[in-house]
Write a protein that binds this ligand. Sequence first.
Ligand code: GLU
Length: 473
Amino acid sequence: MSSSKAQEIRVRIGPSPTGDPHVGTGYVSLFNYAFAKQQGGKFILRIEDTDQKRSSPESEQAILDSLKWLGINWDEGPDIGGPKGPYRQSERLELYREQVQKLVDSGHAYWCTCTPERLAEVRKRQLALKQPTGYDGHCREENHTAGVVRLRTPQDGQTVFTDALRGEIKIDNSEVDDQVLLKSDGFPTYHLANIVDDHFMGITHVIRGEEWISSTPKHILLYQFFGWDAPQFVHLPLLRNSDKSKVSKRKNPVSLEYFKEAGYLPEALLNFLGHMAFSFQDGREMYTLEEFVQEFKVERISLGGPVFDLKKLLWLNGRYLREKFSDTEFVSYIQKQLFSDNYLNQIIPLVKERVEKSEDFLEYADFFFKASVLTDPANYSLKSITEKRPLIKLYEALIEQIEALRPFDKDSLQATLRGFCEAEGLKTKELFMAIRWMVTGKKATPPLFETMAVLGRERCRTRMRQALGELKK
Ligand code: GLU
């Protein structure tokens, strides 16, 4: 890929802290990191927290922890402090507002006061007429000074950009929406903040997922309107399930926290993610991050839909454990992973009462350590909901709440689960028993909320999703 000699290579990732740290973030980070390190450049972490309602500090922390766990360290960004960080978009609002004003002044953007009701009506009409949906330009010629700011997309012509892997991509401007750039809460949208930051942070190459290709014309227009040079674009192929659908938590675990907790080694996960779009010329399957950095070439990224096949990851993980770990390392790994003082200290108070000799411990506490606790799916049924579909829907909604629960402790679990029963008109006793079966595989256990809190969010949600999978069969 071309780059002028004098220019420092600077790449970034821009995860949004709006949920679990996604395996896709690990994948995109790996490729950005490899490119930066190989070129003697900088890898920057920028937290894109412009969605005030959905962003949370816990989620940001989970992203940082997961990247550190993978061994992907950033050169600039949060946690580093000093003049180079932290890079959080919520802390740069003034910059975005100034830049938006420039676009309004030059006529490339305009204020729009359309209500959500009007926008919904426009959309409804467009759908009924089978027209492409998007803003109808109602406020384009008005001179409002409040509301939201929209991009004034040219009515004709094309926007063209080059993707390093896919070549030239052209799109008719008539298909590009008058995108909102500044929201009425004063926060920028992703598109505006992303472009302004890439420019001011001197980003030379944007390496990101394929799902952003359709947004790129808007970004190119913004670069043109600001009079800035655009970076080079590389869109990585999307990770897919074996049925070719985009990876999602409904089909596979996708949280980096899951992989960490379930006992996958970061080395194995990195190799697996590397294989998604790149192969070593000598066919090697296991390599260190440094070796990947050495071997990596943007030109050799393969676009053939990578399949996120967990069996392959398991196989690699097993090889790492057996081939790279001495017996002593294996012992300390298992101790740390499964029997840490911290975990045991939380379990003991829950089972102590029943244990008479040490051997009994496993009898009562086995489910704290197992990979799967599946039982007969009849245990997950509810008398009050006899049909399968509504039952599945109910559990989907419940799992969503469990996944979003932060902090994940006894009190928050109690409030959430009781609240759920009330909202759905369910008997607590019945639902709690089904949940108990799902998360422990047993009928009798220590108190449910305490037990779930010790198991932790990741184990609980994974087990509940596994149980749901059984119900769906
Ligand atoms: N905030 C976007 C994300 O969550 C960043 C996309 C980009 O790299 O431009 O993935």
